[in-house]
Design a binder for this molecule. Structure first.
Ligand code: HEC
Length: 156
């Protein structure tokens, strides 16, 4: 009997672990082939996005992006950030330093129905928390555009 109880406890722990990892967002494979923005520069040294970044948008997100409207579940954005390098008086991308992902998931009510995730340049989870580290800016800047800050019109 005792054994049965501990087995059940073990199952509960595994179940919880599986649920937690399912809620984690993976870096999408092949995002480099999605539609890509021109280089976008942010010179505010205090910003998480200080540097030069590109935004990648998957097919599912494109309709909402173009209309500035709502996004179906599964829509994904990836932004890849680089340091700023001076080259012949021009600012060009230097070293890759961060990858961030937004994936639409209606169940994530605390963060506007999106999963926010941060990754190292190698694509490993960087331990950033969507609610604590990401949602604030997106809520402030783009509440009326389903929390997507950039616009398709300034994409190209
Ligand atoms: C300092 C404010 C700020 C914080 C904090 C922030 N973002 Fe953003 N994010 C922005 C801005 C501004 C843009 C638009 C950039 C542009 O116009 O090129 C953006 C764009 C994005 C995009 C492209 C889609 C869009 O909204 O335009 C993704 C994906 C993204 N952020 C994910 C994240 C994740 C994940 C985190 C947390 C790890 C995070 N962001 C934290 C300000 C922020």
């Amino acid at each position: 009997m005792k054994k049965a109880v501990s087995l059940m406890a073990l199952c509960a722990v595994f179940g919880a672990t599986a649920a937690a990892s399912a809620a984690q967002t993976a870096l999408p494979r092949g995002y480099e082939k999605w539609e890509k923005s021109k280089a976008r520069i942010n010179t505010d040294k205090k910003s998480l996005f200080y540097g030069i970044h590109y935004i990648y948008v998957d097919k599912k997100a494109m309709k909402g992006y173009k209309s500035g409207g709502a996004y179906p579940d599964g829509s994904r954005f990836v932004a890849v950030n680089y340091s700023i390098k001076e080259e012949n008086g021009k600012q060009v991308p230097g070293k890759k330093n961060m990858i961030v992902v937004m994936q639409k998931d209606r169940t994530q009510q605390q963060t506007g129905g999106w999963r926010f995730a941060g990754f190292t340049p190698e694509g490993k989870p960087s331990g950033l928390d969507g609610k604590r580290d990401c949602f604030g800016c997106h809520e402030k800047d783009a509440k009326d555009r389903d929390y997507v800050i950039s616009r398709y019109t300034d994409f190209k």
